[in-house]
Design a protein. Sequence first.
Length: 80
Amino acid sequence: MVMTKIEKTLERMKTNPRDQRIEDLVRIADRLGIDHRQPGTSHVTFSHPTAGSLTVPAHKPIKPIYVRRFLELVDAIEED
């Protein structure tokens, strides 16, 4: 099975939630239809009609807890 770039990034996030970048989360959100906004603040809010929302500080690196919560959001979308 050939893995796409997004699948590889998600797998990397699952195995190592440290040292992830906000740009990776935004790119995944774009591909999966998760809305995101950053209205001039240091936080990005990801939201999906069925999975809920998550606000992530855009500091580098992102704390692992926010990466895990983002992965939970993605899992909730894939279950639907």
